[in-house]
Structures are given as C-alpha cells and as structure tokens.
Write a protein that binds this ligand. Structure first.
Ligand code: ADP
Ligand code: MG
Length: 173
C-alpha cells in the first residue's frame, strides 16, 4: 500500500514533527499543506487571513489539499482542514487518515513554548489555553469522523511513528 497518509489534528499536536519522522521511516515524501499554501501564494497564513478572511483561507486550503495529494506521501494538514466536509471526504477517499489526538491544555503548553505567532494567528484573540480547549471541543468530533485511526499524540515522536507504521501495516524503508 502506498496511499498518501494524512495527519490531522489541532495546532501543536505534532503533525509536522511526527509527519517528517514518519516520512523518513517509510521512505515517503513529506509535505505540509500550510507550507504548500504559503509557498504557492507567497504569503503567510496571517497575511492571507488578513487579506481574504478565514473563508478565503479555507478555499485555498482545499486547493492545497488536492495539490499535494500523491502516492508515497505523508501530508501534514492545517488544523482546520477537517472543517469542510469536502476535505474530510477527499482525505478518506484518497488515502489513510490519522488523527493525532491530544489534550487541549497540552497543546497550549507546546504552542506557548514555541509560539511562531506569525504562522499561527489566534482564532479568537483570547488566551491560548482557553482557545485550544474550546477549539478542540468544537473540532474533536470532526477529527474523529475524518480519521481511519486515532493515535495518542502524547508519547515520544518515535513511539507515535511506530504506532502509525503498525496500525497501517506498512514496511519501514
Ligand atoms: P503541528 O504541526 O501539529 O502544529 P508541530 O509538529 O509543529 O505540531 O509540534 C508543535 C510543538 O510540539 C513543537 O514545538 C514540537 O517540537 C512539539 N512536539 C511535537 N510532537 C511532540 C511529542 N510527541 N512530544 C513532545 N513535543 C512534541
Ligand atoms: Mg505543522
């Protein structure tokens, strides 16, 4: 099986970190829909949101998802990728979808340690911990709906990679 592997979950759950390690382990390419979008538009997420609003950003996000999809690829998706039903169905149909599930307060602590505010505009302007708990409460059901497998995002990156390789019955490169 060499279907693309989509990693979904809230900001900070480790999609980029785990995705890169997983790609290395499998000998797949890695890509990140947020990076693809920023590269193809030559704008940061914050710039796009400022210019076109979140709805403009969401439209471009769907285009990015389709643009990056290919065999033998690990794809880290933006935290809001699951908001559109079109995106959820597309990922389920074209590959295997992994939800990296983590507690909102843990995610907030990770993001506070490495803010990267330029790339991660807050959605509400409120404290990050409050926001993460609320965002997760609203999106958890969508992540679960979209996912073929739900993986605990708390262990080490290596342990998570092993878990994913195992649930997908894939061979290491
Ligand atoms: P995402 O791409 O889902 O937003 P990142 O991969 O950028 O998440 O990770 C967010 C932060 O959490 C980074 O500082 C990263 O080093 C850290 N991190 C990621 N995965 C883990 C993990 N399994 N254990 C501890 N810290 C992690
Ligand atoms: Mg990321």
């Amino acid at each position: 099986m060499s279907l693309p592997i989509y990693l979904i979950g809230a900001r900070g759950c480790g999609k980029t970190t785990v995705g890169q390690a997983l790609a290395l382990a499998l000998g797949y390419d890695f890509c990140d829909t947020d990076h693809f979008l920023q590269h193809s538009s030559q704008q940061t997420v914050a710039d796009i949101v400022a210019a076109e609003g979140w709805s403009g950003f969401r439209t471009r996000e769907t285009e990015s998802l389709k643009g990056v999809t290919a065999a033998r690829k690990v794809i880290a998706t933006g935290g809001g990728m699951v908001l559109a039903e079109e995106n959820r169905l597309y990922m389920r149909e074209h590959g295997r979808v992994i939800y990296l599930s983590a507690d909102g307060l843990v995610l907030a602590a990770r993001l506070e340690a490495y803010p990267q505010t330029e790339q991660r505009p807050t959605l509400t302007g409120r404290p990050i911990a409050e926001e993460m708990v609320e965002v997760l409460a609203a999106r958890d059901a969508l992540y679960q709906q979209a996912a073929h497998h739900i993986i605990d995002a708390m262990p080490s990156t290596d342990a998570i990679v092993n878990q994913i390789v195992s649930v997908l019955s894939l061979a290491r490169a």
